[in-house]
Design a protein around this ligand. Structure first.
Ligand code: ADP
Length: 478
């Protein structure tokens, strides 16, 4: 498996969570899996011990040959991790950029990475299958097939490409094409060319033997112009090999029964600890410590995708109700400023933390009553699945993995775990939140919804079995 993030060592979002959990779950189903990552500075400084391997690899990048070494460690569950260490590329403070700008040589860095992955496969002794994630590793299946002459020993390797978010494609100007060492005939509309640029993800989608994305609904949505980001045509063309497998939750990390980051543990049988978590969160955030205020939580990248501008629009009206709002997130500077200003205007009622802080993310999941995810699109989304486990009722937009993982209380009485709304508007969000408030007045019903969510099972074991079935099918071992 090749990717660029792995929680908790290097993570900017859900991709890291998946790599942090799926390999171990796969191993438990009997798959012999190893993970390959770039040796980012963050990995080397994570405190984990790495041993050098004796492997010295040479990778063609344009007309140069770049030398690299490979570090090794063993992850929990006995999964080997190999990190490709090439000084000029990965030993930097950021993964993809710094100070809000991408590194100017990202094309070169990840061309190098994808080729280096193939060199590591050789050293590992030709595996049956290479599973790559997102644009950062998407060129590996491309090189394997489009440059097959260089990799005859890997000809039998089958490939799977997983798309975690179609909004990030690895798009670079065509003057970088020489870095790939591929024939120009692959730079066409039918190949890696995309509006006169190079598109890494498109390459992966075209050359992988199978494509997956992280929820069944998103697998359908990305075949439409609305959610296809220009690649819906390619995805329709490849619909026969495209499936959606909903991500799982790492309950070792995200479970209020044994979460070391929260003020008190609790479970669906005994919810008293949740009140303590709420009071602790209110105090830590500078909100009035008020058990009766309904506390709404948000943990999110502040990006257009996440629909937080819809929330921004309704904050003044929302705060006319007996609610408090806490927001943890970072990203878009306009949204950061807007949420900061709204919090300053509503002291004690609304608090915003502009940072990336895993501990606070856990505390918000545990301490909130309601969790908001008004995403415009959401490939899978993890926080809604974390929320239900913490008895924090999610209000979500019915898209992608949010549609697949949350059952609306009013649509399915007796089965519901949250509230869903359709239109991407502040009004629709507010209506869904009001439906939650209406239910919350009935304490027994509200508890029933909380408990149902807490008992739902989104464990990785289920997802791992689905991946295993796919692997078996494409390697012919089914
Ligand atoms: P995405 O990958 O699109 O950002 P997901 O819901 O799939 O969204 O995963 C987001 C992950 O990142 C979750 O584990 C969430 O808790 C975490 N996260 C997002 N923003 C922050 C933040 N500001 N601080 C801490 N964790 C965050």
């Amino acid at each position: 498996m090749a990717a660029s993030e792995l929680a908790p060592l290097v993570k900017t979002g859900g991709l890291g969570d998946v790599l942090g959990a799926l390999p171990r779950a796969l191993k438990q189903t009997g798959v012999d899996v190893a993970v390959i990552l770039p040796a980012f500075a963050a990995l080397k400084q994570s405190g984990r011990e790495f041993e050098p391997t004796a492997w010295e690899i040479s990778v063609p990048v344009s007309s140069r040959v770049v030398q690299a070494t490979v570090l090794h460690t063993e992850l929990d569950g006995g999964v080997p991790l190999y990190c490709i260490d090439a000084d000029p590329y990965f030993d930097r403070p950021g993964l993809y950029g710094e100070g809000g700008s991408d590194y100017a040589d990202n094309c070169e860095r990840f061309v190098f990475f994808s080729r280096a992955v193939l060199e590591v496969l050789r050293r590992l002794g030709t595996p049956d299958l290479l599973h790559v994630h997102d644009w950062q590793a998407a060129l590996a299946p491309v090189f394997l097939r489009a440059d097959a002459g260089r990799y005859p020993d890997l000809a039998a390797v089958r490939t799977v490409m997983t798309v975690h978010n179609l909004g990030y494609q690895g798009r670079f100007w065509k003057h970088d094409w020489h870095l790939l060492n591929l024939d120009w005939r692959h730079f066409t509309f039918l190949g890696l060319e995309f509006y006169d640029d190079i598109n890494f993800l498109k390459g992966g989608l075209l050359f992988a033997d199978a494509i997956t994305t992280v929820s069944p609904t998103y697998a359908r949505e990305i075949q439409t112009p609305e959610h296809g980001y220009g690649l819906d045509g390619v995805l329709r063309q490849r619909a026969g090999v495209l499936t959606g497998i909903l991500n799982g939750v790492d309950y070792g990390e995200w479970d209020p029964r044994h979460d070391r980051h929260i003020a008190a543990s609790y479970s669906s049988e005994d919810l008293t600890g949740k009140q303590q978590c709420k009071a602790a969160l209110q105090a830590a955030m500078g909100l009035h410590v008020d058990p009766d205020a309904t506390l709404l939580g948000v943990v999110s990248r502040l990006a257009e995708q996440k629909g937080l501008d819809l929330l921004e629009q309704i904050v003044p009206r929302l705060l006319q109700r007996a609610v408090q709002l806490v927001v943890l997130g970072s990203g878009d500077s306009r949204l950061e400023a807007a949420f900061r200003a709204l919090s300053a205007a509503h002291p004690g009622r609304m608090a915003t933390r502009i940072e990336f802080d895993n501990r606070v993310a856990h505390q918000i999941e545990a301490g909130s009553d309601v969790f908001l995810m008004p995403s415009r699109y959401e490939p899978c989304g993890l926080n809604q699945m974390y929320s239900v486990r913490y008895g924090t009722v999610p209000v979500v937009r019915a898209t992608g993995g949010l549609a697949d993982s949350i059952v609306d209380v009013d649509e399915a009485p007796g089965y519901g775990t949250g509230f869903k709304f359709g239109p991407a508007s502040g009004e629709a969000l507010l209506q869904a939140i009001d439906r939650a408030f209406a239910l919350k007045r009935d304490e027994l019903e509200w508890r029933a919804v909380m408990k149902r969510g807490m008992q739902a099972d989104f464990s990785w074991a289920r997802a791992a079995l689905q991946y295993r079935t796919l692997y078996d099918r494409i390697t012919g071992s089914a």
